[in-house]
Design a protein around this ligand. Structure first.
Ligand SMILES: Cc1cc2nc3c(=O)[nH]c(=O)nc-3n(C[C@H](O)[C@H](O)[C@H](O)COP(=O)(O)OP(=O)(O)OC[C@H]3O[C@@H](n4cnc5c(N)ncnc54)[C@H](O)[C@@H]3O)c2cc1C
Length: 450
C-alpha cells in the first residue's frame, strides 16, 4: 500500500509554490518537491555527480541514498529521508553503434535532449512517453511506456545497463549475456544501484504524421477496439467518461512503413479535428505536438507534449492501471460504469496499448496490455477515496499499477499479481545491495515487504 505516513504532505505552501518555484526547490533554496508538487521529499540534502568516478566515491561513503531523476513520479518511489544523488549532469555521451543498432547514453540524459541528437545521426527510438522531459534512466526503471499494440514499454529498448552498486563497484549487464539478472535489473525501481549508462536499441530515423479525431462513440470503441488499436503505429484514446464517448482519438502514423494512411474525415464515427487539440479540449494546444497530418520527425510526434513547454495540465495527480489486452474492453467499460465517482475528480483519462515484454517487474510481463490512465485534479484526499473502487473493479483482471503513479493497492495484492517474479527480483536486489542502501519506505513497503 502507498505509504500514507510519509506520503503527500499537501501543505498549502507547496501547492501554491508549484508554478513559481520548482527550480528554486531543486536548487536547494526551498524544500525539494516532485514535478507535480504533490510530494515534498523527506530530505533536501542533494548531491550532484558529474562523473562516474564521483558517483562511485560518493556511493561508497554513504550508508543510504536515493537517486533522483527528473522527479516526474507522483508517488514516493524516489523519496529519501537521508540523501539524494542526482546524475542529471551526467548527460553528454551519445555513442551510436551502427552495426549493433544501439546507442549508449549517460543515464542523466532526458529523452528531450537525446532524441534530436539521435535523429541528427539518422537514428530513432521505437517509442516515447507522452512527454520528452523525463530522464531515460528514471523512465526505464519504472516501466514507463507510450502507446502502440506492437510497441513494448520504453524499457524494452534497453540492451545494456551500467551501474554503480552499493559497494561502489561497477556492474555491466547486457540483454545477450546476462539473462535473468538483466531481465530483473531493467525495470529495477531504483533499487539496484546508480545507473550511469544505458544502451538502447535504435532503428533508422523515420517521419510521422499525427491526426486527432473527436467524439468516438463508446459503442464503436467496444465493438471495434481491435480495429481501432490496429489502425496506427500508436493510438491513444482520451475520455472524460461522459456522454458515452471517447472525446479524442490520437493516431500517430509512421510514414514509409506501409502503415501510413490518408486521414478520412470520419473514423469509426469520430470526426477529424480541424485544429490542433490538447487532450483536455478546453486547454490550449500550444504545448502539444503538431497534429493535422503535418509530417515531422518521430520525436516530435510520438510524445503528446513538446519539449520546452509544460506537459499535460501541470497541477495534477496521475494514476494508471494495466490489464491484459484480451480484457481491454471489459475493463474500460467497468471504469465507464464508475463515471459518477471518477469524473468529479478527473481532468482526463487516456487508454493506451503496450506489447508484452520479459522484464520481471514490468506491468506488461509476458502479457500484451492495455493501460487505463487518470489525470486527476490535485486533490489527494478525494483521489485516495476513489482509487480503491477502481482497483476493486479491475481486480478480476489482475490489475497492476504504474510503479511511478498513485495507487492504493496493498503489498499483498501486489504480491498476488507479481507472484514469484517479486521474489526473483528481491533475490537479485539483495545480491547487489545486501544492506539496503538504495531502499526507501516505498520499496520496503511495496516490494521488499510484499
Ligand atoms: C506530465 C507527466 C506525464 C507522464 N507521462 C507518462 C507516460 O506517458 N507514460 C508513462 O508510463 N509514464 C508517464 N509519466 C510517469 C513518468 O514517466 C515516470 O514517473 C518516470 O519514472 C519519470 O522519470 P524520472 O526521471 O522523472 O524519475 P524520478 O521520479 O526522478 O525517479 C523515479 C525512480 O527512478 C529512479 N532513478 C532515476 N534515475 C536513476 C538512476 N540514474 N539510477 C537509478 N535509479 C534512478 C529513482 O530513484 C526512482 O526510484 C508521466 C509523468 C508526468 C509528470
Amino acid at each position: 500500500m502507498m505509504n500514507k505516513r510519509t506520503f503527500l504532505r499537501l501543505s498549502a505552501a507547496v501547492m501554491g509554490s508549484r508554478f513559481v518555484a520548482p527550480m528554486m526547490a531543486w536548487a536547494g533554496a526551498d524544500k525539494i518537491t516532485n514535478w507535480a508538487g504533490n510530494i515534498e521529499y523527506s530530505t533536501d540534502r542533494l548531491q550532484s555527480s558529474a562523473s562516474v568516478e564521483q558517483v562511485r566515491d560518493f556511493v561508497r561513503k554513504q550508508s543510504r541514498l536515493k537517486v533522483l531523476g527528473t522527479r516526474h513520479c507522483f508517488n514516493t518511489i524516489a523519496d529519501s529521508k537521508d540523501l539524494f544523488l542526482s546524475v542529471k549532469e551526467l548527460n553528454e555521451a551519445v555513442t551510436v553503434d551502427p552495426a549493433a543498432h544501439t546507442v549508449t547514453v549517460d543515464a542523466g540524459v532526458t529523452y528531450g535532449k537525446l532524441s534530436p541528437i539521435l535523429h541528427e545521426k539518422g537514428w530513432a527510438l521505437h517509442n516515447l512517453a507522452s512527454l520528452p522531459h523525463i530522464s531515460v534512466a528514471g523512465a526505464c526503471t519504472t516501466g514507463t511506456h507510450g502507446s502502440g499494440e506492437k510497441n513494448g514499454n520504453l524499457a524494452t529498448a534497453v540492451a545494456g545497463l551500467e551501474f554503480v552498486t552499493a559497494s561502489g563497484d561497477m556492474v555491466r549487464l547486457s540483454r545477450e549475456k546476462d539473462g535473468d539478472t538483466f531481465q530483473a535489473a531493467v525495470v529495477g525501481l531504483g533499487a539496484l544501484g546508480v545507473i550511469t549508462k544505458i544502451t538502447l536499441d535504435v532503428q533508422p530515423a523515420f517521419q510521422m504524421r499525427q491526426y486527432v479525431y473527436e467524439n468516438l462513440p463508446l459503442r464503436q470503441m467496444s465493438d471495434q477496439f481491435d480495429a481501432i488499436e490496429a489502425s496506427a503505429y500508436s493510438v491513444s484514446l482520451f475520455t472524460d467518461w461522459q456522454k458515452q464517448r471517447i472525446n479524442e482519438v490520437w493516431l500517430k502514423s509512421r510514414m514509409g512503413s506501409g502503415q501510413a494512411w490518408e486521414a478520412r474525415p470520419e473514423f469509426f464515427g469520430a470526426r477529424l479535428a480541424t485544429k490542433n487539440l490538447h487532450p483536455i479540449a478546453e486547454l490550449s494546444a500550444e504545448n502539444c505536438t503538431e497534429q493535422m497530418g503535418v509530417p515531422g520527425p518521430w520525436y516530435e510526434r510520438l510524445p503528446h507534449f513538446r519539449m520546452g513547454f509544460t506537459p499535460s495540465a501541470g497541477k495534477e495527480l496521475q494514476s494508471e492501471y494495466f490489464v491484459p489486452r484480451p480484457h481491454a474492453v471489459e475493463a474500460i467499460l467497468a471504469v465507464e460504469r464508475m463515471r459518477d465517482q471518477v469524473s468529479p475528480h478527473l481532468m482526463i483519462s487516456e487508454i493506451r496499448t503496450i506489447a508484452a515484454d520479459n522484464l520481471l517487474l514490468s506491468p506488461c510481463y509476458k502479457q500484451d496490455s492495455v493501460a487505463i490512465h487518470f489525470t486527476w485534479k490535485q486533490d489527494w484526499p478525494a483521489v485516495r477515496n476513489v482509487l480503491p473502487t477502481i482497483e476493486r473493479e479491475l481486480a478480476p483482471f489482475k490489475v497492476r499499477p504504474h510503479w511511478g503513479k498513485l495507487f492504493t493497492m496493498s503489498p499483498k495484492e501486489l504480491r498476488s499479481v507479481y507472484g514469484d517474479r517479486l521474489q526473483a527480483f528481491i533475490k537479485v536486489a539483495r545480491n547487489l545491495d545486501p544492506g539496503g542502501k538504495f531502499r526507501n519506505d516505498f520499496l520496503d513497503t511495496n516490494v521488499f515487504g510484499a
